[in-house]
Design a protein around this ligand. Structure first.
Ligand code: TYD
Ligand code: MG
Length: 454
């Protein structure tokens, strides 16, 4: 029987299926299966003895024979970008830069030309013409002769150009536009994205060229194309932000050469993305003082403490099920804290709609923000503003206890640096730090906090 030359592949997660289905059996996504041609060459052509038909010369090595893996890094000169990369660009590494259209990915990549004047950069554009990139490059102050442009979408041509020019850094903008002629799917499909990326990764490893691959993100927030792409590359960076605000956050989601959860903060100006050296001041710049429901907290973004504002709005509900809407805060955690506030704090929140917003497009994903959140909700419920010079840090347990948090000392220092002189912190496990800070108000229980605040 002839082998089937096509299969169906989920465009969301990349899982293959021999026949079409309405729902992907692997990730549950609807209408995501698309027919794709299988690559013609059989990769694993194993004979009966299990020996590959075409024997390669590769052999296993002893550790002592392996060349030292100590990565050599190229600093970009942009402190925020270097921090997120873990200290600069690692030679031969592949970085995926993902973000929604118009957020500033091409801007950030073009700026590499201005930052690394003495390095050869090959910028491959599949979306814009070379002329359009030149206009942007001129605006961003890229004048270097070693910034090369290639308007091309065929992977073969890109690879041969890299061999000819031997750049230090290759930028491919974007992975969804480039294609391999030996794969019969459309550019942007799972098969094309995966195989094109595989070819670029192989190229980067073989030549020692560092590559940045730009990837678009779908409305749901995942990288368009297979999730396998995230597993293939060395580093995944997300460029996030609100299109209505000027600041952008570059977040490291995965990094084989550095810590994740580091963020870089930039401001989009007329001359490109400018690094912000004091993100706390930026996130608090539009803070509404003396308004009920507004609270300042301190969150750790990687190794850096960053102050942020949480806003809560509590209004009587007109529905049978009250609404809970949140931006930048985990919805399940909010549900839990509302239940704790009701049971341990005595606030009848099941009769109220609750809206929570973390300003500046930040996403809080650590429990240390709990204390600030409950203070914001209680403040809005009582319609009484909290002193603008106070900041909150602490976790809340189901029993209404205020639990200790990591890096309390660093957080308190950051808050004091920005002029906050009334810090609400957990009393548990914080004696040593709070002793040194005259501004510390230690609390051990939720009801105690509410009593002292209102
Ligand atoms: P762009 O980098 O093209 O976004 P992406 O590649 O992620 O789709 O940038 C898009 C926006 O950035 C565009 O609306 C204009 C704005 N911008 C500035 O504000 N200042 C600048 O210096 C540049 C180059 C762009
Ligand atoms: Mg772009």
């Amino acid at each position: 029987m002839a082998r089937k030359s096509t299969q169906f592949v989920c465009q969301a997660c990349g899982a293959p299926s021999p026949k079409w289905r309405g729902q992907c059996p692997a990730c549950g996504e609807w209408n995501a299966l698309v027919e794709e041609h299988l690559p013609t060459a059989t990769k694993h052509n194993l004979g009966r003895t299990g020996q590959p038909a075409g024997r390669s010369t590769a052999r296993a090595l002893r550790l002592s024979e392996v060349e030292s893996g100590r990565e050599s890094r190229l600093a970009t000169g942009n402190p925020e970008l270097d921090r997120v990369l873990g200290g600069g660009i690692v030679r031969g590494s592949v970085v995926l830069v993902a973000g929604t259209p118009g957020i500033g990915k091409s801007t950030l990549m073009t700026e590499l030309g201005a930052l690394m004047q003495d390095r050869k950069i090959l910028y491959v554009t599949g979306e814009e013409s070379a002329g359009q990139v030149k206009m942007r490059a001129e605006r961003l102050g890229v004048s270097s002769e070693s910034f090369l442009l290639l308007a091309e979408t065929d992977v073969e041509t890109i690879i041969s150009s890299v061999h000819d020019e031997a750049p230090d850094v290759l930028v491919v903008d974007s992975i969804q536009t480039i294609f391999r002629t030996d794969i019969q799917s459309a550019p942007g499909s799972v098969a094309q994205v995966r195989e094109s990326a595989a070819a670029l990764i192989q190229l980067a490893k073989a030549t020692g060229t560092s590559a940045f691959v730009v990837g678009h993100v779908t409305k749901q927030g995942s990288i368009a194309g297979p999730r396998v792409l995230e597993h293939m590359v060395d580093t995944v960076l997300h460029l996030e932000g609100d299109r209505h605000h000027t600041f952008r956050i570059l977040r490291s989601i995965k990094n084989r050469f550095g810590s994740t959860n580091e963020i870089g903060v930039f401001e989009m100006k007329s001359n490109g993305l400018t690094p912000v050296d004091n993100p706390s001041a930026l996130f608090l710049s539009e803070r509404a003082r003396n308004t009920s429901g507004s609270v300042v907290i301190c969150t750790m973004e990687g190794t850096r403490p960053v102050l942020a504002e949480i806003q809560a709005l509590v209004t009587p509900t007109s529905y049978s099920t009250p609404q809970r809407t949140t931006t930048g805060f985990d919805a399940r955690r909010l549900q839990m804290l509302l239940a704790v506030l009701e049971k341990r704090g005595g606030l009848p929140l099941s009769e109220y709609d609750v809206f929570v917003n973390v300003t500046g497009g930040l996403k809080l994903n650590e429990p240390a923000a709990d204390l600030g959140l409950v203070a914001a909700i209680a403040s809005s419920h009582h319609d009484r503003a909290i002193s603008p010079s106070s900041a909150f840090m602490g976790e809340i347990g189901l029993g209404g206890e205020v639990r200790s948090i990591a890096q309390l000392e660093a957080r308190m220092k950051e808050a004091e640096k920005l002029g906050f002189d009334e810090l609400w912190v957990p009393s548990a496990g914080a004696q040593s730090s709070t002793g040194a800070h005259a501004s510390a108000n230690a609390v051990s229980r939720l009801d105690e906090l509410l009593q002292r605040l209102f």
